[in-house]
Design a protein around this ligand. Sequence first.
Ligand code: AMP
Ligand code: ZN
Length: 114
Amino acid sequence: MAAADNCLFCRIVAGEMGACIYEDDLVAAFEDIQPQAPHHTLIVPREHLASSAEFAPQHEALAGRLLLTAARLAREKGLESYRLVMNCGEEAGQSVFHIHLHMLGGRTFGWPPG
Ligand code: AMP
Ligand code: ZN
C-alpha cells in the first residue's frame, strides 16, 4: 500500500514507531499522543490519503471501515457516549495530513465545537 515520504501516520501504520491497538487490511488504530479526553484513539487508513477531501468512490469500503472500527473500539472500551471527529483542512484544525478519525470519550463535550 502506498506510503508517503515523511508522513508520521504512515510510519506508525508501518510499525516503525508507536503501538497500534487495532489493525486490519484497511485501517489501523492507536492512542493519541496528546489525549483530549480520558479516551482518545485515532483510526487511520493504511493507505496514505491526506484528508477526507481525497475520498473518492473507490474508498467507500475504507470510509465505512473507519467508522465501524471506531464503533467497535468504543464498544470494547465500554463507552456508551463518545464523539467522532475528522478534521479536514488547516482551518478545521487538521495538523497531520494523513486521514484520521478521532474517537474521544470519557468526559462531557460541549457543542458547538470551538
Ligand atoms: P488533527 O489536529 O485532527 O490533525 O489531529 C492530529 C492528532 O494527532 C492530534 O490529536 C495529535 O495529538 C496526534 N498526534 C500527533 N503525533 C502523534 C503521534 N506520534 N502518535 C499519536 N498521535 C499523534
Ligand atoms: Zn501517510
